[in-house]
Design a protein around this ligand. Sequence first.
Ligand code: FES
Length: 113
Amino acid sequence: MSVTIERVDVCHLAELAVAQPALATVNGHRLCVIRTGEREVHCIDDTCTHGAVSLSEGEVDGRTIECWLHGSRFDLCTGRPTGPPATRPVAVYPVTITEDDHVLVDVPTESEK
Ligand code: FES
């Protein structure tokens, strides 16, 4: 089994409203895509590390997202929890915005080798 990184076009920038998280499913990964500024987008794992709920249903405040169930907050740049009860970080995926405003995310893919 080997892991490679695939750059995937998840959406157009115009489809993302600032501070409105969106769910994208890519290569079996549930991703939470969050626009935090004019040309600033973050992508983290959608599943809270405290419980199996969707962070894309949470609330964005600046560069953090708050889980709707118990209120853990995660830093969108590092994935680290900044408030309890979660103690483990969520994965962060690099985002590139192209000149024509496509949002590309680097997502790991596993393949049999
Ligand atoms: S499930 Fe997210 S903080 Fe508990």
